[in-house]
Design a protein around this ligand. Structure first.
Ligand SMILES: Cc1ncc(COP(=O)(O)O)c(C=O)c1O
Length: 461
């Protein structure tokens, strides 16, 4: 949006579509350092501290980089094409960043959209806008209806909305895996403790078929919810979620998917997937700024996921002074789950991130990043199973853009730290005692960088 009149029009439309704001309460946010990994502050700094220090580059350096225009007609089979794509990122050439599974750095067009929106707000004192556009952009990307998308700040927020919103009673069973991120594990664990629910751990198989069979065996008459990752943060295998959701549907089980690693990595069709709810973020594979996420709730399931945190834009008419007080109900859309004053800058950055992804092509991105990961996996397997223990399945449908492995002779944390010393950023995975390293590459990475990482592996086996 270029001028104030346009912004005002958008605001006016938003106001009309959403009705009168009911309450503009702001929320406070907790420190993300501890919540993101589940590690304590000390352990976090030991694990990731070097990465933070080594990636702290000056603003001047970021400003000095100017991106050439995005190639709309290049050949994605040509490495040169990806060199131009890389130049779209302010990401320093001093590091090889292979931890996109934690946070995806924004390319220039996204960062610019974000900064421009901040400037506009400060210049015009016009703080709103971008919400409808961001909802529509995300709905289009994942094939959902715009009424089914709530904008959140991260994956965990969406997970909590679903976890606490479902009506469950003592003894009800929830299927979950042993590969959960704290963001999915902790809400369900806490709820199960408070409300005496049973968490049933379903093991992941090494193929999609095996995983599906494990789920089929795990369902019981008491199963009421499925709360599993599309792609776990640990070893990055793609679960056969469509088939798992179909099994849940047959049994009347609510199918919730933690989709932290879906959008931006894979082409998604949530209606086709058949899940009842899907929580995700835009700050990983979609390359939007941190603080951006979304929750999909299937239209027919909006009332099954009770909104408990509500505010401005969540409700239809209300009147506290009427006797008795009136609440005409919540809005018939996923806007019931988010409320209050929000950041237009983040909203516009989401739109820009979806645009950036679509400009290159969702399928083109997926093909490229799957190819990079496949190449890394192949090279590691070539080093021998006596030296490397591969944890990510080799089956193509189960492998996305994340490769996890152990070095038989070197501790996983030691290796991750060694890589950081050499300016290659990967993640160690201490979750649930899995104790491996995880490499997650995106379109700004190259085959050359993968070769450099493999050389470091060779030094330590
Ligand atoms: C599978 C999975 N679920 C949930 C989360 C939590 O995401 P967020 O930090 O956006 O809340 C992550 C973060 O890495 C994740 O990998």
């Amino acid at each position: 949006m270029n001028n104030i009149a346009e912004q005002n029009n958008a605001l006016h439309t938003a106001y009309k579509l959403r009705g009168k704001p009911t309450d503009m309460t702001n929320r406070t946010k907790e420190s993300k350092i501890q919540t993101n990994t589940g590690l304590g502050r000390k352990q976090f700094i030991q694990t990731f501290g070097f990465a933070l220090a080594s990636t702290a580059f000056s603003t001047m350096e970021v400003r000095a980089k100017q991106p050439p225009p995005l190639p709309l007609s290049g050949n994605p089979d040509d490495e040169e094409y990806w060199t131009v794509i890389r130049s779209q990122f302010p990401l320093s050439d001093k590091i090889s960043y292979m931890n996109n599974g934690t946070m995806g750095p924004s390319p220039f067009p996204v960062a610019e959209a974000f900064k421009k929106a901040i400037d506009r707000t400060n210049m015009d004192a016009n703080y709103g806008g971008g919400d409808i556009e961001s909802v529509e952009a995300l709905a289009g990307l994942v094939n959902a209806h715009r009424d089914e998308i709530a904008i959140t700040h991260n994956v965990t927020e969406g997970i909590n909305i679903v976890c606490w919103g479902l009506k469950l009673k003592k003894g009800d069973e929830i299927l979950i895996t042993g590969h959960e991120h704290v963001g999915n594990g902790l809400p369900w664990l806490l709820r199960s403790k408070l409300h005496k629910l049973k968490l049933k751990i379903v093991p992941l198989g090494s193929t999609a078929e095996e995983t599906l069979n494990n789920f089929k065996k795990a369902f019981s008459k008491k199963t009421k919810v499925l709360a599993v990752p599309h792609i776990p943060c640990t070893i990055g295998q793609i679960l056969p979620v469509k088939e798992i959701c179909a099994e849940a549907k047959k049994r009347g089980v609510f199918a919730f998917i933690d989709g932290a690693h879906g959008p931006g990595m894979l082409k998604l069709d949530l209606h086709d997937m058949g899940c009842d709810a899907y929580a995700s973020c835009c700050h990983k594979w979609l390359l939007a700024p941190t603080g951006t996420g979304f929750l999909y709730v299937k239209k027919e399931k909006l009332d099954a996921v009770q909104a408990y945190s509500v505010g401005g834009y969540s409700s239809l008419n209300w009147d506290l002074l009427h006797k008795p007080p009136i609440l005409e109900g919540l809005v018939p859309t996923a806007h019931r789950y988010y409320y209050g004053t929000q950041s237009a800058a983040l909203y516009y950055a989401i739109v820009a991130a979806v645009e950036f992804n679509k400009q290159i092509g969702v399928e083109v991105v997926e093909k490229r990043i799957r190819r990079l990961a496949a190449s890394l996996q192949e090279k590691l397997l070539g080093l021998g199973s006596d030296k490397i223990e591969m944890l990510t399945p080799t089956e193509a449908i189960s492998r996305g853009s994340v490769i996890a492995f152990r070095l038989k002779k070197t501790n996983y944390n030691e290796f991750a730290n060694y890589c950081r010393e050499k300016h290659i950023i990967i993640r160690s995975v201490p979750e649930n005692g899995i104790n491996c390293v995880r490499v997650s590459t995106h379109i700004y990475n190259s085959h050359e960088e993968i070769d450099r990482l493999v050389e470091l592996v060779k030094e330590k086996i």
